[in-house]
Design a protein around this ligand. Structure first.
Ligand SMILES: [Zn+2]
Length: 303
């Protein structure tokens, strides 16, 4: 009887774990959602099996086969909590710059010189990389930046026209979210993108431009826009610590699935003094209360 219960408990756990691993093998959106659950939900549930199995082992000093299976599979799952709670973030591992298709190359979203806060393939240069949707996202500012002051107008980016990085059809044009106060980072999990525009490109994939100024969104859903056309103005709405342009490339239509999707590589072309397609790197250094941006400076090349 006891053996039957032990096998039942082990089977329940292994089935649960298998469900998530199966989602990763399935690919596509199942992989994205499966990864999210694997790093956030599975470690918590693993604890519910790991602790009793460990206590039993210590008490009885012998492990049966179902005990061993539970201990050996739930133990490593606890480590996934490091990723799920951002304690030791690593780049989303289930895709790569070479394998993720299609990549796109677009122009910069303003005509100004921009500083890359986060960008690139590696997590040291691009914090977004831990998130499957934002795997190759950028955060771009215009100097002066990293001021830590609450006045929006003090930041170089604030109010700058945000331009369509490529031609496309508008699939999201959301406005009406208020500005967050810069330098006083209060997470906004309900509307992380704030006022934002999404474009469907000729590849059938989508660009998302976020954190626009309230009342500035200048396009509407269904509209065809040309490259370089004004979409809105740089602002600080949504989950943001200072005025910047967030830009990412995702496969699924954010008008349908929102901002949980397969992130895709995004390159810049037509950069001043740079040939070909570039994935500029970001970087941020924290020195006590002071924040320093160490990323590359880039500018659109006027034709
Ligand atoms: Zn961002």
């Amino acid at each position: 009887m006891r053996a039957v219960l032990a096998w039942l408990a082990a089977g329940l756990w292994l089935g649960w774990l298998g469900l998530h691993l199966g989602a990763l093998l399935w690919g596509g959106m199942a992989r994205v959602v499966g990864w999210g659950l694997l790093v956030q939900i599975v470690p918590v549930t693993a604890l519910l099996w790991f602790v009793p199995a460990l206590l039993w082992l210590l008490w009885r000093r012998k492990a049966t086969v179902p005990h061993a299976l539970v201990l050996l599979t739930s133990g490593p799952c606890l480590l996934l909590a490091l990723q799920g709670f951002s304690l030791y973030p690593v780049a989303y591992p289930l895709t790569s710059l070479k394998r993720a298709r299609p990549p796109v190359a677009v122009r910069l979203p303003t005509d100004e010189a921009m500083l890359v806060v986060w960008g690139g393939d590696e997590i040291e240069h691009n914090y977004h990389a831990l998130d499957p949707t934002q795997r190759w996202a950028y955060d771009l500012v215009i100097e002066p930046a990293a001021l830590g002051v609450p006045e929006l107008e003090a930041y170089g980016c604030y109010g700058t026209e945000v331009l369509a990085p490529a031609p496309g059809r508008v699939v999201v044009a959301e406005d009406g979210h208020p500005e967050a106060i810069p330098g006083q980072f209060v997470p906004n999990w309900k509307y992380p993108a704030g006022n934002h525009v999404a474009l469907r490109l000729e590849t059938g994939t989508h660009l998302v431009l976020a954190h626009l100024q309230p009342g500035s969104v200048a396009v509407s859903v269904g509209q065809e826009v040309q490259e370089g056309q004004t979409l809105g103005r740089c602002g600080n709405s949504g989950n943001t610590s200072e005025p910047h342009v967030h830009l990412h490339h995702q496969r699924q239509d954010p008008g349908r699935v929102g901002l949980v999707a397969e992130g895709l590589p995004l390159w810049f072309r037509d950069l001043e003094g740079r040939d070909g397609e570039i994935m500029p790197r970001g970087g941020v250094e924290l020195d006590g209360d002071e924040v320093r941006f160490l990323g590359e400076r880039v500018r659109h090349r006027a034709r």
